[in-house]
Design a protein around this ligand. Sequence first.
Ligand code: PBG
Length: 337
Amino acid sequence: RHSFPTRRSSDLPDTRMRRNRRTAALRAMVAETELGVHRLILPLFAVEGSGVELPILSMPGCFRQSIDRLVEQARQAVDLGIPAVLLFGIPDRKDETGSAGYAPDGLIPRAVAALKAALPHLMVWTDVCLCEYTRHGHCGVLRNGDVDNDATLPLLARAACSYAAAGADMVAPSDMMDGRIGAIREALDEEGFLHTGIVSYAAKYASAFYGPFREAADSAPAQGDRRGYQMDPANSDEALREVELDLEEGADLVMVKPALSYLDIVSRVKWEFEVPVVAYSVSGEYAMLKAASRQGWIDGDRVMMEMLLSMRRAGADAIITYSALDAARLLQNGWQR
Ligand code: PBG
């Protein structure tokens, strides 16, 4: 496959790769990777109240919104052709077990119902985790200062069922407890939610790139960190084991998170398993992009599109990104690389 006949007639190059790069039309014709709006998922942050829209300082263009405003934001996404949103809830009151996260009439079930009523064709995905809802900020319940894996599973399953009952199309567990995909699948099936999918945060790393999100969601652990349950950035074989287990337990889509510093993981997962892979370009990636672009140090639009394209090239089928609206606008206006 790699042995092309060579003709050595002079000192000039025999093969000229530049010929296929000469015009925009030719470059477009031979491009190996496409970026389309149908690949993008927009994360949104819900808070209680009405008419509330609180800017997130480290994430320009992103807000914590009450449900009425969030629906309007989602409508913009739909108008631009974005197929899905991923919801996070920031409750008024937090407690030890994160009960606001699984209450059937909680913030997220109400947001899902409002979105589905207003925008029936929009796919609604919901993050499933306790960290936004627990006072201590960990992703599960604590016992003797440690996150108790098995005691957390039923609570995650309850949250998933509450969101499914409200009409969520996909639930996305981001807690990194062992066995959660199986526990959630079983609970969903028992309650008759056979069509509700699971997007597993399968390879989720203990990353400093989540900083701005934790400010937005007020979910930084009060004590300790998440290294006891999220993955070590040094590892990539381990990511394959995580993905394999989640697929065995019933995950429909698997996610790699963060994206930009983990494109090798996206690639390995894609080629190893040949299943749909979602890359989550996280808050820190967005904050860096916006900060440098606001300083005028980079061309924000071009860097954004290059980031997204690199995730597609690595093997991501879909991308969760805070840039979804910006990117969709560019694509709608006939963006040319
Ligand atoms: C909840 C969760 C986090 C993110 C998504 N779901 C934070 C964390 O694990 O600390 C991060 C998203 C982002 O940074 O954009 N567990």
